[in-house]
Design a protein around this ligand. Sequence first.
Ligand code: CAA
Length: 262
Amino acid sequence: SSTSDFTSILVSSPAPGVSQITLNRPKALNALNSTLFHEINSALRTLSTDDSVGAVVLTGSDKAFAAGADIKEMKDKQFAEVYAGDFLAHWTELSNFRKPIIAAVSGYALGGGCELAMMCDVILASPTAVFGQPEINLGVIPGAGGTQRLTHALGKSRAMEIVLTGRNFSADEASQWGLVSRVVPEGESVVDEAVKVAGKIASKSRIAVQAAKEGVNSAYELSLAQGLHLERRLFHQLFATNDQKIGMKAFAEKQKPKWTHS
Ligand code: CAA
């Protein structure tokens, strides 16, 4: 489907090499229903093969990045349906996207909204951002990474406190705990800052960026020895690219590299 057919997201091009996906269900605080997630997946599929795109910004509104999975859509589902249909499996497509995704979070990032932000590669927060995994208050638990990615980021004790009590946490706490890379100063736009970061990434060799993302993500999947091995092999492989020759030659000649992304 074309981006203009979307009803729950907006897709734009805020800077060279950067695409922006804006969650757009303002009346439901961007609650993540199946239409919205299918639209994210469809947009990312298009962006994955668009050579002009080097990085993506994912954002919501000032009031809400996303207030979670759509509770009204979920509330009457039965076990057989969610189990047989592997409910929420379609959310994982985003975490397999090979280009960097920068989440720009203002307002509520709760439940599935917090999990969605954690599936991204970098999270930037505005001082208004509120994170949390309130699923315990609904008689369930996080179902899209909240018990896993949050524990990797925060450590066991903090993750347990957040997941077991369902209490929200602030942008400052998220920053102190290492969940977000930083909080932008009050009065500055977190989306503008995310577009800047994405633009900077998009100005690098795409092939090196892809390898770098694969390397960092492997740190969460592999043992240290396996991860170091993979990293060294990825490093070796980049010597087969034009961009390695271009980048190193440009350095030696005090020139700016002109990447070919090959
Ligand atoms: N699903 C469906 N609708 C939602 C929603 C959600 N997660 N969050 C908010 N909305 C809707 C509200 O029902 C309301 O709709 P109506 O105007 O039709 O009543 C509208 O958005 C505005 O919300 P509020 O009136 O509640 O706004 P508020 O400013 O008073 O409160 C809030 C904001 C604290 C975020 C509150 O909306 C809230 O607690 N939302 C639910 C948060 C939550 O529990 N998220 C976890 C969902 S479960 C999950 O995500 C599972 C998973 O792991 C994948």
